[in-house]
Design a protein around this ligand. Sequence first.
Ligand code: SF4
Length: 438
Amino acid sequence: MTETTQEKTGLGNYFVANYPPFSFWKPAYLPAAHAALNTVPEPDTPLGLYLHIPFCRKRCKFCYFRVYTDKNARDVETYLDALVHEVTLYSRAPLVGGRPLTFVYFGGGTPSYLSATQLRSLMQRLQAVLPWQGAEEVTFECEPGTLQQHKLEALRELGVTRLSLGVENFDPKILEFNGRAHLEDEIYRAYGWARDLGFEQINIDLIAGMVGENWDNWKECIAKTLALAPDSVTIYQMELPYNTTFSKELRLIGQDEPMNIADWPTKRAWVNYAFDALLAAGYEVSSAYTLVKDRRRTRFVYRDALWHGADMFGAGVASFGHVHGVHLQNVDTWEHYVEMLRRGELPLGRALPVEPRHRLIREMILQLKTGRLETAYFRHKFGTDIWETFRDGFEQLANEGNLIRTAEGVELTRKGLLQVDRLLPVFFDPQHRGSRYT
Ligand code: SF4
């Protein structure tokens, strides 16, 4: 393969979400997951809860999540009952042991697909078993077209602190071609209500490289984002995992390289432009994907806790979690998920006990996404000098101009930050390199 071919946006995953890769998680390791849940928690380990709401109005053509667009009101109730049941089972696990929740994350799918009445009922039932009044952060993902003022009022009352708006792009044609359900006007309407209601933090998600994107439109998107002045902006680079609608369409027409999708250097140039524009407007870089307006008051507890080894239950169909050094994932079909909970069982589908060296690699690669690593943190937590242990990888990245060594540890250059997910496998153990990320 030539360098140019490698840099085209081909089929496959780019984003590194976890380590070891998901393909190493197996049903055979489920006893380790149950043993972890029956363990007394490590002192000072934060506890989080992730809730997957798998409903969407339409399936975006680039989406690779487990979502449903055809469920009726009764199905939604069935699912929400199952979700509450699952969280109830977790609340009784010795690993919870009365620990308070540090963070809660409603992700999807589209959590804002639920009506205000459904949300009130769901959140009240969840809080009865696992309260989050003392949580540092409650994040709620929204699709702008599903929001009404009274729904946002309910979310504010129910303790949501961080609202994340899936804007992705502002151009009506690009939104439509990529299968997004919302319209440009709905973005401004939803954002205005959310601001008026005084949510602590509003994040806007964008995607660099949606099909049909070009320089002029991207600049326009960044200008419109800046005009809204959100507390944080998160930008992902478009990828084409195998199970998206776009990927299937491409394979049907016998292409494995989309013609009208920007290549990786172009997407990186777009993100670079966005970084420069946001920095010039006073934002600060908080990770390879996120810039924040005021670093002192704009935290992202979910991300930082997870990247520093927190325990987190993942509730909902196909959800991921990590508890007491064990990765877990729920079964990934609706029928299986609902049925297991009907039988009173935790709906776990596969797991992986993570050995100490892999826990170290996991935290190192996830924290590198913030753009820096502090050697003292790893020496204290793992008793390891990361520079010595991973010298070859660090030197390779330094020689390529992606990283510099600092007094505290290492720092990615802008070039390194813009392609961090492509660089991380250099730290993987050999058996984990090149494996499919599913
Ligand atoms: S709204 Fe999000 S979860 Fe739903 S289909 Fe689109 S990308 Fe997927």
